[in-house]
Design a protein around this ligand. Structure first.
Ligand code: FES
Length: 320
């Protein structure tokens, strides 16, 4: 869980175009001070006007003076990437939130298989740079067209040219995922980042090959569709601090109901992906609709994402 104190300003120290429609930004402390450290695979929130967007850090964690992010300009997106790519220049100040890690390397892994789809290369590049050749890493990088492959040289440097496999799907079709993933083995872990369709297919393939679930790690760009969406019913929230009871209507989210009651929460993705809004639950049973909490956390029912999740019980008592 995080709060307003996690936000701080950074200066855009560099901005370059790399690959079609991808811009690389280096962000530094305005006074040149070191930035907070981060683990491989971490991401930051970036405030873009009224919007907040998440970007994985692709720089190596040991690199402490700047954060590097890659932004793919989405012409049809909600505007955050266009504002950054078109409107932000070197020397501008941005507000970002302290890095958070929801996509982590397995400590006990001795061999890593990584599959990136498009701009999903970024957290995997940070992980690969951190490992720096100390253990076996194979990185498969899938792009539709060759000109869309950003950060290719950095990826080759991180894993070694022989361990980087570029798959240009417009030229060769999507590769056989089973042969990329291979059989499970002790100490072997699989990391996936990219569009949902690729992640779903790769996860299903790995499970079909017998990979244990705790050896498959993934980061999604957007929330999965919710099976029971449309079946919303109202419920109540009670706040631990004041005892106030806040109704959540069928057509609003818990976060919206809390905001209407002047209860501030850090909302970022608003779709259960980023973890910014995670809130403690003291009583009641959430109807979890996020893809950021783990299966164990869902089963424990002590955490809740108000931006998208609802309640099975009539009331949830929140640690707010
Ligand atoms: S705001 Fe991102 S998970 Fe709720």
């Amino acid at each position: 869980m995080s709060g307003a104190d996690d936000w701080f300003p950074v200066r855009v120290a560099a901005k370059v175009r790399d690959g079609q429609d991808v811009f690389l930004f280096d962000l530094a402390d305005p006074a040149g001070a070191p930035l907070p450290t981060f683990p491989p695979g971490a991401h930051i929130d970036v405030a873009v006007g009224e919007l907040t967007r998440q970007y994985s850090l692709y720089s190596a964690p040991a690199q402490g003076t700047c954060y590097s992010i890659a932004v793919q300009r989405e012409a049809e997106g909600r505007g955050g990437s266009r504002a950054l790519c078109d409107g932000v220049v070197v020397g501008d100040t941005l507000r970002i939130r302290r890095p958070r890690a929801l996509f982590a390397l397995a400590d006990d892994a001795t061999s890593h298989v990584m599959i990136a789809g498009g701009i999903g290369i970024t957290p995997l590049l940070s992980m690969a740079s951190h490992l720096a050749g100390n253990v076996s890493v194979t990185l498969h990088y899938l792009v539709r067209r060759r000109e869309r492959a950003a950060l290719l040289d950095a990826a080759a440097q991180a894993v070694g040219q022989g361990n980087l496999h570029l798959h240009v799907t417009a030229e060769t079709g999507r590769p056989d995922l089973a042969s990329l993933i291979g059989p499970p083995a002790p100490g072997r872990h699989l990391y996936l980042c990219g569009p949902a369709a690729l992640l779903d297919a790769a996860t299903a393939t790995a499970e079909g090959l017998g990979w244990p679930a705790n050896h498959i790690h993934l980061e999604r760009f957007a929330a999965e569709p919710v099976a029971n969406a449309g079946a919303n019913r109202p419920f109540l929230l009670r706040l631990r601090s004041t005892g106030a009871v806040i109704p959540v209507m069928a057509d609003q989210t818990a976060a919206e109901a809390l905001a209407a009651a002047k209860v501030e929460l850090p909302i970022s993705c608003a779709e259960g992906v980023c973890g910014a809004c995670i809130t403690g639950v003291l009583d009641g049973t959430p109807d979890h609709r996020d893809c950021v909490l783990t299966d164990a956390e869902h089963a424990g029912n002590r955490l809740f994402t108000p931006c998208c999740s609802r309640a099975h019980s009539e009331m949830l008592v929140l640690d707010l």
